[in-house]
Design a protein around this ligand. Structure first.
Ligand code: ADP
Ligand code: ADP
Length: 232
């Protein structure tokens, strides 16, 4: 479903070159939950941003659902990005828009009909358990509820892949658990492939089928979670 082949990413800062990713290869199968764990600065954010080409790799190839993203023109790239949804540590909600509109905005931009938008927003707010908060503004919600809105928004265009960038890192342990349960549920019920990055081993152990351990821009270990980490 996702294949990264020999990805290298260099950032030029003044005269210095920072090697954020160094020959990273991995593949994620359809329907699996794949996690990348590593300390701050390991290259996790750069890696996840290469999957939807928010970053352009300096070298290497990115395939999503068999399509090579590197060669796509703007239109085709936009089309392929529809297969991917993303959630973030900071939720990235519009503060001036209601829950309903936060979920609806990407669908409006995609030009869906009013009926279809209403149907989709209703469906995904129900899945994340927020049907009764459609008229609320983000400031009126808890962190966990905000992340649920962000998840509904990411799912509303019905992607095949969900990318999660430290989605539970700002949440307390109980709320984290409920969001992780929700991610497991949508993985199973919507047959969604999930690719996540985290610095928390507990997230990997709770959710992931396979894991890659990153250090200094390289994958130093990779395999089924049960093989890479001893269970508690
Ligand atoms: P992580 O997500 O694991 O914390 P990052 O991918 O954010 O790691 O960073 C990897 C390395 O690349 C770090 O040394 C970081 O400082 C550097 N880096 C990330 N983004 C940029 C950028 N836009 N410009 C310059 N250096 C960057
Ligand atoms: P626009 O201003 O772009 O025309 P609207 O804000 O009027 O869009 O909303 C589009 C549709 O979504 C309307 O049918 C409206 O009734 C419905 N809607 C908007 N907010 C809510 C809400 N909080 N709960 C349920 N339906 C809503």
């Amino acid at each position: 479903m996702i294949e990264l082949k020999n990805i290298t990413k260099n950032y030029k800062v003044g005269k210095k070159t920072i090697n954020a990713l160094d020959d990273v290869s991995l593949s994620v199968h359809k329907g699996e939950i794949y996690g990348v764990i590593g300390y701050s600065g390991a290259g996790k954010s750069t890696l996840i941003r290469c999957i939807n080409l928010l970053e352009t790799p300096t070298e290497g190839e990115v395939f999503v659902d068999g399509i090579k993203l590197n060669d796509l023109n703007k239109n085709d790239l936009q089309q392929t990005r529809q297969k991917i949804g993303m959630i973030f540590q900071g939720y990235n909600l519009l503060t001036t828009a209601t829950v309903y509109d936060n979920v609806a905005i990407p669908l409006k931009l995609a030009g869906l009909s009013k009926d279809l938008i209403q149907q989709r927003v209703k469906k995904y707010l129900e899945i994340v358990g927020l049907s009764d908060r459609a008229s609320a503004f983000p400031a009126q919600l808890s962190g966990g509820q905000k992340q649920r809105v962000a998840i509904a928004r990411a799912l509303s265009h019905e992607p095949e892949i969900l990318l999660s960038d430290e989605a539970t890192s700002a949440l307390d342990p109980t709320t984290t658990e409920s969001i992780l349960d929700l991610l497991l549920e949508i993985n199973q019920e919507l047959d969604l492939t999930i690719f996540l990055i985290t610095h928390e081993l507990s997230v990997i152990q709770r959710l992931c089928d396979r894991v890659a351990v990153m250090q200094d821009g390289q994958i130093v270990e990779q395999g089924p979670v049960v093989d890479v980490f001893t269970q508690p």
